[in-house]
Each structure stands twice: as structure tokens, then as C-alpha cells.
Design a protein around this ligand. Sequence first.
Ligand code: KG4
Ligand code: ZN
Length: 341
Amino acid sequence: MKTLGIETSCDETAAAIVHNGQHVISNVVASSSEMHIKTGGIIPEVAAREQIKSIVPVIDQALDQASLKISDIDNIAVTKGPGLIGSLLVGIETAKTLCLLYKKKLIPVNHLLGHIYAAWLDPQNTPHFPLIALIVSGGHTDLVYLKDHQDLIWLGGTRDDAAGEAFDKTARLLNLDYPGGPAISKAAQRYFQLYNTNHPKLDLFPRPMLNTNDYDFSFSGLKTSVYNHLKSKPLMESDNEAISLLTANIQEAICDVLISKSLKAISEYKVNNFILTGGVAANNRLRVKMAELLPKNINLFVPEKKYCTDNAAMIAAAAFYNQEFIDPASLDANPQLTITD
Ligand code: KG4
Ligand code: ZN
């Protein structure tokens, strides 16, 4: 079964064709993130306007790359939420129109579920149930327990900023470009290269809610700590060494809390399988440290980096395993959708 996935929840316009939920035939992502550097973050109207410009060329490119015509596609999957309303609507209206014109079946997909199914895009290494999944993105931080497809329990999530937001906002305090995650990761890498393994403890900043008896997270205090630190020790211009030290500390504080709560869930729910996914899962330090600290009997599934950040292959994969068709005329965007909706 060939599914055309369409994803437009934020500032990426993405289309992909996936066979049987696992084999990526084509995968195209156009991002307007360059446009958001000037503003230090996303202006929703700007992102939506860029979606309109990109959606048709991106879908055409996905079909071209796959050497397929729209008539060769079995069904169409589209992100219904959560996300920015203007951006979501572009993908949804396009998917509805294609379904009506070409008589295809439409499958709406929860973007957060899509991030989980990114882990299915490696046919050599398919996750097994039951499992725990940690979804860490720009808008969400969620720990979930999956007994099977369509059998999901939400364990906890962030009470304020998401992990990606913590990267983005602290990066802004350090005058690093948007999106902050990759910028912090790059600057922090310099620190690790400089000090190799002999680096002192990276404990400049607190690990919020590390020891609370739940699966919740809170990252807004980290932003305040970085702000206060910079007030007492302002950065000198192009002080790369200080930036490397601070970014390594920010990254470590975020990683430590994410890893600790994941390990707690894995142990309490007695699972052998763990998925780490979402844009923040593209972070090298998180990938390496998680793999190091995870007990050896636990299978770790981390999607390739291009499938951690927003893409449409994950939407097509989620649709294959959750085939709930909908009358195109009745599909609406739901910007507030949660993982259990
Ligand atoms: O999943 P995603 O592409 O979009 C949302 O669904 O939000 O995640 C975007 C987030 C941004 O906050 C970005 O800074 C973060 O993922 N991110 C990273 C890295 N790459 C992207 N965070 C840390 N390290 C990275 N290498
Ligand atoms: Zn996402």
C-alpha cells in the first residue's frame, strides 16, 4: 500500500510516499526556518504564507522522486494537529482537494503519533510492544506507554516549556540563531572537543523536577537560570569559549531530566523497548547519553535525524498502522490536539 503523507503543522512543508508504513520511497521537506532567523522565532502568518507557496511543488517533487503519478497512490495521510492553525489548514485543504479530485481515501494523523511512528521507518529494526516513547519537540515533551497500536497511555509531559522550546529560548538569550536546538548542539560540541572526556561536571544549571515522583517536566526555570547567569556574568562579544561552556551546560541539564524520567518509566512499566523521537531527538548528546545510560537489555529505537525533525514520512507511517478513514469534507484542523485525542 502506497501512502502519500502530507505534513504542514509548523514551518516545514513536507510530502513523502511510504510503502506499507515502513519503506520510504520519497521524502521531501521544504523549510521556511531561514525566514524566521530574522525574527528569532516563528511568526505564524509568515509560516502559513510560505506553506501556501511550497505545498504543490513539494508534493510534485515527492511524486517525481518516486517516479509515481497520483493515480499510483492508494491513500493520502495528512496531519490534523496539533500545530499552527494557518499552517495546518494548508496541508489539510490540499489533502482534501486531492482526495476529492482523484478519489483517494483520506487518513487524518495526529502529529505527535507521527513522531512515534518515525521509529517504524527503519525496516531492519522495527519496534516491539509494549514500549515507552519519549516525544521531544519544539512544542511538546510527552512520555507515553504503548501496549500496542492504538493502545496508548499518556504518562506525563511538560508543565510549561517543551524541551525544544527550552533549547530555542536559551539559545536566543545567547544570541544564537533560530532554531536554537541545532545551534546549541553545535556550540556545545566545541566544548566536548576542547575538553575531551576530562570535562568537569556540567552542573551550572538546575535539573528541574528531576526527583519528583511523576513523569512531568518543567523547563521554564532553566531559561530563568540562564537569564540570571547572564545578568551576573554578561557575555563578551564573540566569547566562543564561554558560549561553548554555557551551551554544554544547558544541553546537559535538559538531557539529564529527559533521560532520568525515561529510565524511571522503563523500569516502572517493565518494558524492553524504548523510542526516543521528535526534533530534540536529533541532538547528538541526548542520543549518545541515552544509549549509554539505558540498561543493556533495553532496545533503543531512535529514528534517523531526518525523521526526528518534522517530516511527512512519519505521517504516512502512522497512517498505515492507524487506518481510520474520514470523509474529506468533514476534516478540520485541530491545533490543540493532544496525544490521547
Ligand atoms: O519535531 P520538530 O521538528 O517540530 C515540532 O514538532 O515542534 O522539533 C523542532 C524542535 C526545535 O525546538 C529545535 O530547536 C529542536 O527540535 N531541535 C534540536 C535539534 N534539532 C532540532 N534540539 C536539540 N538538538 C538538535 N540537534
Ligand atoms: Zn513535530
